[in-house]
Design a binder for this molecule. Structure first.
Ligand code: NAD
Length: 495
């Protein structure tokens, strides 16, 4: 059986003898095993990161940027390979996997500009002959813990910027699809990154606990489910770490009566069922405002029936399996529950059967109409291809639904009314908002992050927020001896 180990100090390494199975979700078969790192793996990682930090933090930003530029070129040549690693272990279609690798690569591209991003601020004559400037310095050892749904893109939201800022980075990928994280680190080494600057430590919650409790690590970046995000945030803070912990979501897409309905239907289809609904920016709630509901549900339902559900190896596949048997069962329980709660099950994906892949973890597209805000299927994140349609009598009711939900990751509105859309962008309590765009995922040079139960911490990921998160601010005030007046001053200096 193929073994997936760690990447410590520039080479594939393993100390622990314990492994966990990794599955092909299309077939439900074990395809490899991933190491459950132990204390020795952890200690060697910390040792290598500490040593590397001493020299890496001294490398000039321009030289760091040149290594990152080289890495970008290498990644571009390996998009197909990385996407295949994603598809094999995650199950998503190859095109979708490629798209996610490219969105990650864009953060690497952004990090190439690090000399400019770290320039700081300077004020001449803040007082008589006194100058003042602010600089951003690296934190030290930083770590990231990532979810299964984007094994390339989400780690790439973190480590390129951390490393560009002069830190070292330890990645703990999801144990469900760990191969991509290792490959990303190997390719960075190939680009000339010194050993120990980027280490990959595989495992499950045991190794996460070692990372968040370590006093040697300065910051934790986390992306995953809300209960774990909250735990990581609280626990990491106990050892004085800086934390950004992104959690779950329940993204609402509001369709106004004046919307272009076909555009809205296309948007909802891709956003609800793409990647089997396993995206934190997936649309899991469509809010149909006024009299548009009948036509909207009818169109989504007829389109969803023609959606091709198949393994990623089938070029025509539009939606693959979900990640695991347990997750499939959990989604099915939610569908059962929705029926019991009285929502109208318009399309039922529970009993889908893909010939030759009977043991795969497939769930077909599922649509509930007449969902209300008290139902469990509305209140909780399902993280599968299940769309809830909730009917709102007017815009105000729709906005209240968006704002009163516990999650605040993304939302979108389809309308042809500029005034309504402006009101929506201003008044939604949500981190990422789309206007006639179904999945408003910010580009690398903006920042990604939700509000409420979707983000714990003060900084979103990547963009300038990433640079701020991965650096400490220092402000210097300077005066040279000849300009100093004699005698002490006991009052607060003013200008
Ligand atoms: P998860 O929370 O189960 O796991 C995420 C990471 O945490 C993994 O590396 C895992 O090993 C570790 N982990 C799991 N349980 C732990 C525990 N009890 N203690 C310590 N560490 C633990 O999430 P997942 O199932 O891999 O990913 C899906 C979730 O991630 C969804 O809720 C989705 O919305 C969310 N997500 C959010 C964003 C975002 O940007 N907000 C992006 C992608 C995914």
């Amino acid at each position: 059986m193929k073994k997936i180990n760690n990447f410590i100090n520039g080479s594939i390494t393993s100390y622990s003898k314990d492994y966990l199975p990794v599955y092909d979700p299309s077939k439900g078969e074990i395809i490899s095993e991933v190491i459950l790192s132990n204390k020795e793996d952890f200690d060697k990682t910390i040792e290598s990161s500490e040593k590397a930090f001493l020299s890496w933090s001294e490398v000039t930003p321009l030289k760091r940027s040149r290594i990152i530029s080289k890495y970008k070129e290498i990644l571009e040549k390996n998009i197909e390979l990385l996407a295949k690693l994603v598809s094999i272990e995650h199950g998503k279609t190859l095109d979708d996997a490629k798209g996610s690798v490219i969105r990650g690569l864009e953060v690497v591209e952004f990090a190439c500009g690090i000399p400019h991003l770290l320039k700081g601020e300077f004020s001449q004559n803040v007082g008589a002959s006194i100058d003042s400037w602010s600089i951003r310095q690296p934190l030290g050892l930083t770590a990231g813990i990532t979810p299964f749904n984007f094994p390339a893109m989400v780690p790439m939201w973190m480590y390129p910027i951390s490393i560009a800022c002069g830190n070292t980075f330890i990645l703990k990928p999801s144990e469900k699809d760990p191969s991509c994280g290792l490959k990303l680190a190997e390719l960075f080494s190939e680009a000339g990154l010194p050993d120990g600057v980027f280490n990959v430590l595989n495992g499950d919650k045991e190794i996460v606990n070692a990372l968040i409790n370590s006093k040697k690590i300065s910051s934790i970046s986390f992306v995953g489910s809300t209960p774990v995000a909250k735990y990581i945030y609280e626990q990491s803070a106990k050892t004085g770490k800086r934390v950004q912990a992104l959690g779950g979501a329940k993204n609402h897409l509001v369709v106004m009566p004046d919307a272009n309905i076909n555009q809205a239907v296309d948007g909802i289809m891709g956003a609800a069922f793409g990647s089997a609904g396993e995206r934190c920016m997936a649309v899991s709630v469509a809010v149909a405002v006024g009299d548009i509901a009948e036509e909207l549900v009818e169109k989504i339902s007829s389109n969803a029936q023609t959606l091709k559900v198949a393994p990623w190896t089938d070029d025509e596949s539009q939606m693959g399996p979900v990640i695991s048997k347990e997750h499939k069962n959990k989604i099915i329980e939610y569908i059962d529950e929705g029926e019991k709660e009285g929502a109208s099950l318009v399309l039922d994906g529970r009993n889908i059967n893909i010939q030759g892949y009977e043991n795969g973890y497939f769930v077909g597209p599922t649509i509930f109409d007449n969902v209300n805000k008290n139902m469990k299927i509305y209140k909780e994140e399902i993280f599968g291809p299940v769309l809830s349609v909730i009917r709102a009598k007017d815009y105000k009711e729709a906005l209240d639904l968006v704002n009163n939900h516990q999650f605040g990751n993304g939302t979108s509105i389809y309308t042809s009314d500029g005034e309504v859309s402006r009101h929506f962008t201003t008044n939604t309590k949500i981190g990422m908002v789309g206007i006639n765009v179904p999945i408003p995922v910010p580009m690398a040079f903006h920042s990604f992050g939700g509000w409420k139960q979707s983000l714990f911490g003060d900084h979103a990921m990547h963009g300038i927020e990433g640079v701020r998160f991965f650096t400490k601010l220092k402000t210097i005030t300077s005066r040279w001896p000849k300009s100093i007046q004699a005698g002490p001053e006991f009052k607060m200096p003013t200008n």
